[in-house]
Structures are given as C-alpha cells and as structure tokens.
Design a protein around this ligand. Structure first.
Ligand code: GCU
Length: 436
C-alpha cells in the first residue's frame, strides 16, 4: 500500500515533468511557427514558368506551353528532383470483396479491391484499396482518392481481421496509444479521413495505404523501390515519387470503372502525400483536381525561400523520399522551382492548404508560387489564383489557397474547405487538354 503511494507520487512527479517539457516544446513550436509564417522579410520574386528556361525561349503561346515547355519541365522534375517514375501503368482490379459495415450509412457499398499491374500474377498485389460509393447517386459519382497514413483498417476505424494484410506500419500507427498521440498532434483526420462526410456530400472515395507499395522507412523503402518496375531513365524514384506513381495506379482503376465520373477525379494528399499528390497531378492529366494540404518543401513551397523546413533537413531526416540528385534542388531553384510544378497542373483545379503554426510548410511561399503559376492558367484562358489575400479563399477559382490557424495536420476545417472546393468545381466540365 505504502509502496503504491510512493510509486504514485513518483509517477505524478514524472508526469508533471513530462507536462512541463511538453508545454515548453509546444511554446517553442508556437513561437517558431509564428515566426515562420509571419516572417515575410524575404518577398519572393519567382520566375514565371513562362520565362526563358535554359536554352528554351520565353513562352507566349498555349501550344508552346503544352507541346514544348510542359514536357521539358516534367522531364526536369523527374531528372533533378523526384526520379523517373516506374514505366508501368494500366493497373487492374484483381479480387473484390464487400466489407460489411454499418459505420457508413451514406455508403451504397464499401468494398476492398486488390490492385495489380496487368503483367503481374494474382498474388503480386501492389496495394489494396477500399472503395466507397455514395447512396442515392444517379449516374457516375465524382471521386476523391485519399492516400491514408496508417493503413486501411485504421482509416476505416475498425478491422474485420483481414484489412491490414500485415503491411508494415510506422511506430506512430502501431498501437492504440500511439495512434491517439498521433491524432492529438496532427488532428483527428490524420488517420481516419472523414469518409462519411464525403459520402454524404455525394462523393465516392478510394483510399489506400501507399506504405503498402513503398514503406516509409529507409531500408524497407530501398528494397521496395528496387522491386518496382524500372523507369525508362535514371535516376529511379524515391518514396515520394513511388507514392505519386501509386496514386496514378489508383486513378487507373477509377478510370476503368463506369461507376465513377471520369471528369471529376480528385486527389487529397496531406504533407508527404501532398508532395506526392502534386507530382501525380503534374504528370497525370486524368486527375482533374488536387488538394495538397500543407505539402511543404518539394511540395508547393518554393525551394528558393529560406523559410520553412530546410531542404537539407528534409533529405537528412527522410533519405528515402527522394533520389540523391534532389539534394541539389536549392542550387537548381533559380531554374526549376515549385511554382513550375504547380503550373504543370494548369488548367486543372488546385487547392493548397496552409496552417499558421506550421513550421515546415512555408504557406506564404506556396501562395506566392501559386501566383507565379497563375501566368500559365492565364495563358490557357483561365485565371489561376484570384483571391484577394492568403486569408480569403475563393473556392471557385482555378487555384484556391486555404489558410487556417493552428498546427500542421488534418483537422475538420481542412476537409470543410476541401468539400467547399470540390463542390465549387463539381459542375466544371473536364478541362479540355490543350493539344499542340
Ligand atoms: C516531416 C517532413 C515534412 C513533411 C511532414 C509530413 O516533418 O519533414 O517535409 O511534410 O513530415 O509528411 O507530415
């Protein structure tokens, strides 16, 4: 009994110390975050994606953009930053099974499908996707593809014992308490995207765990990348490029299924998956809208700005995300910066999300990058970013910027903005590709 009391006094003291340490860390982060996101002493002067590039003359005509400059920039991003994506596409659905659940009353059906390359054997599965179709939808449904962070069972909020399939998970996803801490830090929706909200709003959803294709851990990632189909050129992708490739494989199965509206295929990616979602949209024109929430360095944030996560810190912490050439991106930024990645998505719709206390993402820089990318939208007869300031999102514009208070993560308001943006673009016909 006495021992119990002593122990509990000790644990109270320990808990108090942990609380103080946490409070100090949070206070530090808040301060750093405030400084990061309000410090605009370094106004960006980004080159327009239309200005002369290397030996390539300035672009003044839509056909030159589509036929000449865009392919050149697509190649440059793969050669210098993300690596060349595997040269294999047209993924197909293998097995299907219905998931019996009462958790999603607005779903007409929830099914799990295995996705593989046509050349692969039935056991050689790339990933499993969970496909939700909304109730009461007449005709093909607009769809949102959502790569998830902790596996399909955690994303659905339950396991029928067969959903995870033994996929490797990072520490923060492994136990209930670790997932609770992750949710506390990065928001309720980081692990469980709000499928029911999307279904209620009339959207089909396809979710999958990119870690099934390439695990988010250096050794395992290297092995998984070595097993991917070869690209046509070197260097090979890192994990971010491989995840972008897997997003396009999810698009393959959507594109082959008449239950989906092929003119309205959106991808939602947060942070590391925001980087992948932007790259996927830049390379895959079937994606009609992309939501890149707090995508940060080598996402929407320009490399030429010194605000936000330094590139060196990113490549040191996550050596498996990019091929080694990406370490030269700072030196290359005068020629190739992230506004050109955003511009490759023109004339399709983009929502960029930022948070005031996010130390990594440099929302101000991303906003200015979107302004520079708007030159390309205007060349293609559209407008790009039209909002008056970073705080006043115009959801019906080609590019919307949504800035909210708070830390890095996915909160309800991020999805509220996403649904407002998707709704605003729902009646937009598929943008006709500008062909040379
Ligand atoms: C890390 C990384 C960021 C990334 C973020 C995330 O913090 O340094 O670049 O955006 O993880 O994916 O949550």
């Amino acid at each position: 009994m006495r021992q119990g009391n002593v122990l509990s006094a000790e644990s109270v003291a320990r808990a108090a110390a942990v609380c103080v340490a946490l409070a100090l860390i949070v206070a530090g982060c808040v301060q750093a975050g405030l400084r990061v996101n309000t410090d605009d002493r370094h106004p960006a002067h980004f080159a327009s994606p239309l200005s002369p590039l290397g030996g390539d003359a300035a672009i003044t005509d839509a056909r030159d953009w589509t036929g000449r400059r865009a392919p050149l920039i697509r190649a440059a991003f793969q050669a210098r930053i993300y690596g060349w994506l595997p040269d294999a596409d047209g993924a197909i659905v293998g097995e299907r099974r219905t998931i019996r659940t009462t958790n999603y009353p607005h779903a007409r059906s929830v099914e799990e499908v295995t996705v593989r390359l046509p050349s692969a054997s039935a056991e050689d599965i790339l990933f499993r996707a969970v496909v939700f179709l909304p109730q009461g939808q007449h005709g093909a449904s607009p769809v949102v593809i959502v790569p998830n962070f902790c596996g399909n069972d955690a994303a659905l909020g339950f396991s029928d014992g067969r959903l995870n399939h033994g996929a490797w998970l990072p520490e923060r996803c492994r136990t209930f308490s670790n997932r609770s801490v992750t949710r506390f830090i990065h928001g309720q929706n980081i692990i469980r995207p709000p499928f029911e909200r999307l279904l209620r709003a009339g959207y089909a959803v396809v979710t999958f765990y990119p870690g099934e294709v390439v695990p988010d851990e250096p050794m395992r990632a290297a092995q998984a990348i070595a097993r991917l189909p070869e690209p046509t050129r070197a260097p090979k992708v890192g994990a971010v490029g491989a995840w972008a490739w897997s997003i396009s494989r999810a698009v393959d199965i959507v594109d082959a299924d008449a239950r989906f509206d092929h003119g309205h295929i959106a991808v939602f990616g947060h942070s590391r998956f925001g980087k992948s979602a932007l790259l996927a949209a830049a390379l895959d024109e079937r994606i009609s809208a992309v939501i890149a929430n707090q995508s940060g360095r080598l996402g929407a944030a320009p490399t030429s700005r010194t605000i936000g996560e330094p590139l060196r810190a990113l490549t040191r912490r996550f050596p498996h995300w990019f091929p080694t050439v990406a370490q030269g991106a700072v030196a290359d930024a005068a020629m190739l910066d992230q506004q050109s990645l955003i511009a490759l998505i023109a004339p399709r719709s983009i929502l960029l999300g930022g948070a005031t206390l996010d130390r990594w993402s440099d929302p101000v820089g991303a906003y200015q990058g979107a302004e520079a990318a708007s030159d390309v939208y205007r060349l293609l007869g559209r407008q790009g970013l039209t909002q008056a300031s970073i705080e006043t999102p115009d959801y019906s514009a080609d590019i919307t910027f949504f800035m909210r208070p708070g830390r890095h993560g996915i909160r309800d308001v991020d999805w509220t903005a996403t649904i407002a943006f998707l709704d605003a673009h729902r009646s937009t016909p598929r943008h006709a590709a500008v062909t040379p």
